[in-house]
Design a binder for this molecule. Structure first.
Ligand code: NAP
Ligand code: 8YV
Length: 325
């Protein structure tokens, strides 16, 4: 195979072993870890780039980045959420976009469940209590929160929302949910109105996609509707929750506690949240185990390999579906 027959691929974002070693010789793999690195690609590489793997959600595959590559055919994004990829631009320009659904569903649901229990039963605070030696003097106080007396509303009842619901059901906790349309085949009560659901429950677990449609949908009104026993767990995107409204609600006692895996300006977390004892803060680790991240990387590679072998990609996003032949 001559150099001109080879397929130029860009890994945009952090490089990892499965991406580095996963492509056969027919591919030339270029790397740009940051936006600034895009500027350092040679004009030849830019002109010939046919595929892009976007390997982290903080790398924006926006209009400006995609428009650089006139021969771009496919963007294979790492992660199920792809609010960092301009899928509308891709569709307009006949560029396929893929993501990595399903392979992370159970892992993220595990983290949501763990974060919920850690928040209600104060695991992080209790851990600090043991380490400080305070247990030597008195027992840890009873937690105000418990899974036992909770009614949980899941915001977003897709793949991960349903995996969270199954875990809650096994724990004998009543579940209902909010989404725009009822999900097929489920017996949990569907609330088309988020405020109504927030009034009917005391806990929200948020697992909708990011983007304009969900921007700050969890706002001061929703938090107020949840009430003073209210607990919020966000494993969706930081953009979905109004962080300032949350801080005010936690400070004033308008809600009880929060467990957060995602933030508005990652990796920056407001000092006010860091100072609070009634919040549990995780550094966006929903899918972050070796086994699950490897499966996600492999799906990125397989989507690109399929595409360039002339086969349909495995997991196209809704905006760029496989066209019927
Ligand atoms: P999914 O299967 O597409 O489910 C999305 C759910 O959200 C559906 O029930 C959908 O129902 C609902 N939804 C979408 N837009 C909505 C809106 N505007 N208002 C109300 N409900 C809306 O996606 P998934 O695989 O479960 O993943 C969900 C999201 O979780 C991802 O997009 C990502 O942002 C986040 N995530 C986070 C982590 C992490 O590490 N923390 C890991 C994985 C995923 P309707 O369309 O009927 O509204
Ligand atoms: C990843 C995620 O941490 O899949 C998603 O939507 O948020 C996580 O699994 C993230 O995509 C890393 O870029």
């Amino acid at each position: 195979m001559t150099a001109s027959e080879k397929i130029d691929l860009l890994v945009y974002g952090p490089m990892r072993p499965i991406l580095e070693k996963g492509f056969p010789d027919q591919f030339v793999v270029h790397c740009a870890e940051t936006r600034a690195d895009l500027e350092r690609l040679t004009p030849d590489a830019v002109a010939n780039m046919r595929g892009m793997a976007v390997t982290y959600h903080t790398v924006a595959a926006n209009r400006e980045s995609l428009a650089r590559f006139p021969k771009l055919e496919i963007v294979a994004s790492f992660g199920v959420g792809y609010d960092h990829v301009d899928a509308a631009y891709a569709r307009e320009h006949n560029i396929m976009v893929t993501n990595t659904p399903d392979v992370l569903t159970e892992e993220v649901a595990d983290v949501a469940m763990g974060l919920l229990i850690a928040t209600l039963r104060e695991f992080v605070k209790a851990d600090r209590y043991v380490r400080s030696g305070l247990w030597q003097t008195q027992n840890y106080p009873l937690s105000a929160g418990s899974l036992r007396d909770r009614k949980i509303g899941i915001v977003g009842m897709g793949r991960i929302g349903q995996a969270i619901a199954r875990r809650l059901e096994a724990s004998r906790v009543p579940v209902c949910y909010h989404s725009r349309k009822p999900a097929a085949g489920l017996s949990y009560k569907h609330h088309p109105d988020l405020i109504e659901m927030a009034k009917a429950v005391d806990t929200l677990v948020v697992i909708v996609p990011g983007g304009t449609a969900t921007h700050k949908m969890i706002n001061a009104e929703v938090l107020k509707a949840l009430g003073p026993r209210g607990v919020i767990v966000n494993v969706a995107r930081g953009s979905v929750l109004d962080e300032q409204a949350l801080i005010s609600a936690l400070k004033s006692g308008a809600i009880l506690a929060a467990g957060l895996d995602v933030f508005e300006q990652e990796p920056n977390v407001p000092d006010e949240l860091k100072a609070m004892q009634n919040v549990v803060l995780l550094p966006h680790i929903g899918s972050a185990s070796v086994v699950t991240r490897n499966a996600m990387d492999q799906l990125v590679v397989d989507n690109l390999k399929n595409w360039f072998a002339g086969k349909p990609p495995l997991t196209p996003v809704a905006e760029t579906p496989i066209k019927a032949s």
